[in-house]
Design a protein around this ligand. Structure first.
Ligand SMILES: [Fe+2]
Ligand SMILES: [Fe+2]
Length: 300
């Protein structure tokens, strides 16, 4: 476990997986047995929520505290400027996956999946359900944006449930109380329901908190169908795809394509088994699939 000093650093999570494990607890797979306290009394919703927050690991709590405090409108804008010129390097998709796999954190090598294994496991689950090839490919690329961590970005600027900046925070976002430390919460312009946006403007106009979703969407968008683009861009936007918040910012296209984000989510969240996929055996299939959609090198 992390020492208290380590928790206060910019990387409070032992591994990025710790955040995803937390999401799985917060959004249990439909049909799985509920935790005992959830099953006993349907009227106890609010109390359960409190329990649930109390149960969270200190590392995850600290991670959300940092995320909510630092992800301002200005920060999200500055990071777009910094990274979306895509002039850092040129890499193929498989190469990027291997590069991401060099990410070293404190995860347990015996039980936790590597980054590449998570991508393959997600994609293989999609494939085993007979989904279209672009859908399988989306599973393979969806977390490649986590390479931001390799470029020195703190965890809170790479992962975390995303949310719109520049307008009022939904109270369905986990740990909404931590937004009190975000300077934007003192800016009245950012604290109306629509904030700097117009009703129905569409999510493309909305500046979400910065992270690996927006980055991988921007790197790959020219080569994938719209449904896939939505899956990549919004897979961490839980306040929208799981909580149905922020509907007033969406347009007809968003509302139509939301179902694909929702279709993707279970593959991302619930496929984690500890059976490791055979990277070597799977590689030829994925190299072919990648070549079908992507050029040999992309700009990152
Ligand atoms: Fe992700
Ligand atoms: Fe993922």
């Amino acid at each position: 476990m992390k020492t208290p000093e380590a928790i206060n650093s910019h990387s409070p999570l032992q591994s990025l997986e710790e955040w995803e494990d937390f999401l799985k607890e917060r959004y249990p797979e439909p049909g799985t047995p509920a935790k005992p306290f959830q099953a006993t009394d349907p009227d106890k919703k609010k109390e359960e929520f409190r329990n649930y927050e109390a149960d969270v690991r200190p590392t995850v709590r600290e991670f959300y505290r940092q995320n909510h405090r630092h992800q301002t409108f200005e920060f999200a804008q500055a990071k777009r400027k910094e990274f979306l010129s895509l002039n850092r390097r040129q890499m193929g998709i498989w190469e990027a996956a291997e590069y991401l796999n060099t990410l070293v954190d404190d995860s347990d090598p015996d039980t936790d999946l590597t980054q590449l294994e998570h991508l393959l496991q997600t994609a293989e689950h999609i494939r085993s359900d007979g989904q279209p090839r672009w859908f399988i490919l989306s599973g393979f690329v969806h977390d490649l944006g986590k390479i931001l961590c390799l470029w020195g970005e703190p965890q809170w600027a790479v992962v975390g449930d995303t949310f719109p900046t520049g307008c009022r925070y939904s109270d369905k976002i986990v740990f909404p109380q931590y937004f009190a430390d975000n300077p934007d919460s003192q800016n009245p312009r950012f604290q109306t329901e629509l904030g700097v946006y117009e009703e129905g403007c569409g999510l493309d106009e909305v500046q979400l908190s910065w992270g690996h979703d927006e980055y991988i969407y921007q790197v790959t968008k020219d080569y994938l169908p719209a449904e896939a683009q939505y899956m990549l861009r919004y897979h961490s936007f839980y306040p929208w795809h799981r909580e149905n918040e922020y509907a007033r910012l969406t347009n007809a296209c968003d509302r139509e394509l939301l179902q694909w984000v929702q279709k993707f989510n279970p593959y991302d969240l619930y496929t984690k088994s500890h059976t490791k996929p055979d990277v070597k055996a799977l590689r030829p299939f994925y190299e072919d699939l990648i070549a079908e959609y992507f050029p040999a090198k992309l700009n990152w």
